[in-house]
Write a protein that binds this ligand. Structure first.
Ligand code: SF4
Ligand code: SF4
Ligand code: FES
Length: 537
């Protein structure tokens, strides 16, 4: 571990650390464009200059490794002048179209010009013009005039996705980013080039012109798109409700987690959020009698459900939980099942088609919390029925109350006719979920609206057993509530004494489950932190 001095401060860094990262450890920022910790060193932008004692000229910090006894200066007059010159060079042909650029507000040309440039432009000639608004693929659009040729996007496609769609073509001031002939930027992780492009050259076709970034709020979260549980930020538009076509979620961005997704997310996860603000969202409990569905208040829905539970024998009740539910939701459900004596409980519904998977991030299981459901013991008790068994029992009129959480059973591997027969066979079908779009919701006698994962907080356990927190980004629509809260109200109304039925915060539910379930022993909600914590094997 070499020890070196940066701006008079001594730091010790791991062998192989470059001077940009070493400076960061010493609390100094070295501006840079082409360096990215996930990519090879290109040494292309020349912005990361630093002075090193006993070296005659400033050097690029990205390509020099920290060495024992090195003395580095990041803010000498010579370094500042070199940076200013490099900024001027990068901006010579830049169109300066910030007012219509989606990157404005988070663009490193703007940020670094204000921090390290602040020169008066000497450019009087006509600028070089290049193609604008060129779609590179389904998600990414290129403005070649704004590109500073840092080559991050090219290296990403070569070194991370190994798909090699992009290259730098032509020479000198005519150089520009482009697609190789016959290629389209449509790999499963293409959206990440938008994040690593430090300027407004690569922008998001979905987010483009929807809302200015300074109106966005941010919450830390976890993608619910598959069992990986990539760490994300949810960017919401709450203050300009007429922007973004009225949708509250504007975009999802990756959040660095060295043990889960590093800097990346897949496109399916990145763009799979439109359901949150879809018109099909459930916002009010519904009571259905025959073809007649009526919106009702919770004051009517809950007593109706409680009465049905009270008058039905435990062996005639089935709970079909979902691996879309959080650990907290599932724990309250398990406690409710135990108190009621219900042994027919499961969460495994086989999908009609197997999910896609690769050896990078994407997992075949498209649920964020299957591992949590397993660890929390969501499965048939002694003599109880699994999911298929519950549907069979409903068809045979052995099961009177079927409570389905989130699943659209029409997307399951089971024949639709059999599912339909089961729903018609049960005396009471309760659907609890976020969307009215599925067939179970459309046929249930009682429909209970759930908050989406971005509208509440809690934890998911990913396929590797990492427990990760997601935070509240939005309020739920109408009278939708978090699943665990609905379940605890039911438990309380039934007169059960378990403390989870009077919990007010998901933290209390998590800490209760951690004190009971061995795999979670020793964990606390706060202790999980932003990076997550792993369950005991
Ligand atoms: S498009 Fe962006 S990431 Fe790619 S070379 Fe240009 S500036 Fe760099
Ligand atoms: S790999 Fe899975 S968890 Fe990660 S972004 Fe994609 S869908 Fe979401
Ligand atoms: S970051 Fe060092 S040359 Fe670009």
């Amino acid at each position: 571990m070499p020890k070196l001095t940066i701006n008079g401060k001594e730091v010790e860094v791991p062998e192989g650390t470059n001077l940009i990262e070493a400076a960061k450890a010493a609390g100094a920022e070295v501006p840079h464009y082409c360096y990215h910790p996930a990519l090879s060193i290109a040494g292309q932008c020349r912005l990361c200059m630093v002075d090193i004692d006993k070296v005659p000229r400033p050097q690029i910090a990205c390509n020099i490794q920290a060495a024992e006894g090195m003395v580095v200066h990041t803010e000498t007059e010579r370094v500042k002048e070199t940076r200013r010159s490099m900024m001027e060079f990068h901006l010579i042909n830049h169109p300066l179209d910030c007012p219509v650029c989606d990157q404005a507000g988070e663009c490193f040309l703007q940020i670094y010009y204000m921090k390290h440039g602040l020169y008066d432009s000497r450019m009087t000639d006509e600028k070089v013009h290049k193609p604008k608004a060129v779609p590179l693929g389904p998600h990414v659009i290129l403005d070649a005039e704004r590109c500073i040729l840092c080559s991050r996007c090219v290296r990403y496609c070569d070194e991370v996705t190994h798909t090699g769609e992009l290259g730098i073509f032509h020479r000198g001031d005519q150089s520009e980013i482009g697609l190789f002939p016959g290629k389209t930027l449509e790999n499963k992780y293409s959206g990440n080039v938008i994040d690593i492009c430090p300027v407004g050259a690569l922008t998001d076709r979905d987010f483009r012109f929807q809302v200015r970034v300074w109106y966005l709020d941010t919450a830390k979260s976890v993608c619910n798109g598959c069992a990986r549980g990539c760490n994300i930020e949810v960017h919401t538009n709450k203050h300009r409700t007429h922007h973004n076509e009225g949708r509250r979620v504007a975009r999802l961005k990756p959040r660095f987690n060295a043990d889960v997704n590093k800097w990346w997310i897949c496109d399916a996860g990145r763009y799979g959020f439109k359901w949150i603000d879809d018109k099909s969202r459930l916002a009010q409990p519904l009571h259905r009698a025959g073809a007649q569905a009526t919106e009702v208040s919770w004051d009517r829905a809950l007593p109706e459900l409680v009465t049905t539970l009270q008058r039905t024998r435990p062996e005639e009740i089935g709970f079909l939980a979902s691996p879309q539910m959080s650990n907290e939701d599932l724990w309250v459900l398990r406690r409710l099942a135990e108190q009621l004596g219900v042994r027919n409980i499961d969460f495994r519904v086989p999908p009609r088609a197997p999910g896609d998977e690769d050896n990078f991030l994407i997992r075949a299981d498209k649920n964020p919390n299957s591992r949590g459901a397993e660890l929390l013991g969501i499965g048939p008790g002694q003599g109880g029925l699994d999911a298929a068994g519950m549907l069979r029992a409903a068809r045979e009129k052995q099961l009177k109350l079927l409570w389905v959480f989130h699943h659209d059973l029409w997307a399951a591997a089971w024949p639709e006719a059999e599912v339909l027969e089961a729903l018609e066979g049960a005396e009471t079908v309760v659907f609890q979920g976020t969307s009215s779009a599925g067939e179970v919701s459309a046929r249930a006698h009682l429909v209970l609206p759930s908050a989406a994962y971005v509208e509440c907080e809690g934890t998911f356990t990913n396929f590797e057993g990492r427990v990760q927190r997601f935070r509240t980004a939005l309020t739920p629509p109408g009278e939708a509530w978090p699943d665990w809260m609905i379940l605890s109200f039911v438990g309380k109304a039934l007169g059960f004494q378990d403390p989870v039925f009077v919990a007010e915060r998901s933290e209390q539910v998590f800490n209760a489950l951690a004190s009971t379930v061995p795999a979670f022993a020793g964990m606390t909600y706060r202790g999980i932190g932003d990076a997550g914590a792993t369950v005991k094997a």
